[in-house]
Design a binder for this molecule. Structure first.
Ligand SMILES: C[S@@+](CC[C@H](N)C(=O)[O-])C[C@H]1O[C@@H](n2cnc3c(N)ncnc32)[C@H](O)[C@@H]1O
Length: 266
């Protein structure tokens, strides 16, 4: 018997099954990551009103025009669904409960996939409210605002890479699982931008949502509710970060402002 034959024979059905599971988990992680990527690209088009067919201000379904009340209620429900899914499933207690049913290596990917699906539902079912709140006539100022909005998206992306892009979106976990490497516990980090504000990703979203040359009622509703939600999200996240990193995070909170650089309180 050659060495190779020996290796093949020594791989029992359990080991082979585990390998298959690891590989399927890896493919699932990649699929969830791709779903996130498509969703975030669509989100840029949806908010800026560029390239994509359905945007915050433009519906492709001209036949069904919702009344203002109907539109506000539906939009609030869509945003609430995302907020509840995104916040509840990120909590430590929820993770401890649902990893009884969802294998731990794919927990983050499943979270990312469900967050992407609830966002895609929002984009699909969003009801525009076209009343104009402000419209910038000066072309230079309008271009500046669009550029600022894109700068917000760049800030979001850059910050995810600073904190750990692939861990945040589950790829790190499924890759480690595939190669049999233990995923290390979360580490407290303050890379670059995190020395100016504690939440550069959320700051990027706020800039991207508010910097609009034409602000409609629908866009304003979206920007106002998501900003409010970001503040709730920060309170929940920081509660967990203090529980996780203790004094290290408490001192960080005293040293670095939440969202506005060089300001103590916010
Ligand atoms: C979507 S990210 C947002 C990070 C940050 N709030 C921001 O806006 O840039 C959320 C994850 O980042 C983690 N996180 C936030 N700040 C961190 C820090 N300074 N060091 C390590 N992890 C952090 C949280 O525990 C959470 O899992």
């Amino acid at each position: 018997m050659t060495q190779l034959d020996h290796q093949v024979h020594s791989v029992g059905p359990e080991v082979a099954g585990l390998r298959t599971f690891k590989f399927i988990a890896f493919l699932y992680g990649i699929a969830a990551y791709l779903a996130f990527f498509v969703t975030i690209l669509y989100a840029i088009g949806f908010v800026t009103g560029l390239v994509v067919p359905k945007t915050i201000d433009k519906t492709i379904d001209i036949g069904t025009q919702a009344s203002t009340t109907e539109a506000v209620i539906i939009n609030l429900l869509l945003m609430s669904l995302f907020a509840v899914q995104h916040s509840v499933m990120a909590r430590h207690q929820f993770k401890a409960w649902w990893t009884q049913f969802v294998p731990k290596p794919v927990e983050r990917s499943t979270y990312v996939l469900l967050a992407s699906l609830s966002l895609l539902l929002l984009f699909w079912q969003w009801r525009p409210l076209p009343a104009v709140i402000w419209s910038v006539e000066d072309p230079d100022l309008a271009v500046t605002l669009v550029t600022l909005s894109f700068a917000g998206w760049v800030l979001v992306f850059t910050s995810t890479y600073l904190i750990n892009h692939f861990e945040l979106f589950g790829l790190h976990q499924v890759t480690n699982h595939l190669i049999g490497k233990e995923t290390p516990p979360p580490r407290f980090k303050t890379p670059l931008l995190y020395n100016f504000v504690r939440h550069p990703i959320y700051l990027g979203f706020i800039i991207a949502f508010w910097a609009a040359p034409t602000m409609t009622a629908g866009h304003l509703l979206f920007a106002a509710v998501t900003t409010l939600y970001i503040f709730v999200g920060i309170a929940l996240e920081e509660h967990d970060l203090v529980a996780l990193f203790g004094d290290e995070y408490r001192q960080y909170k005293q040293r670095v402002s939440m969202l506005i650089p060089w300001r103590r309180s916010l």
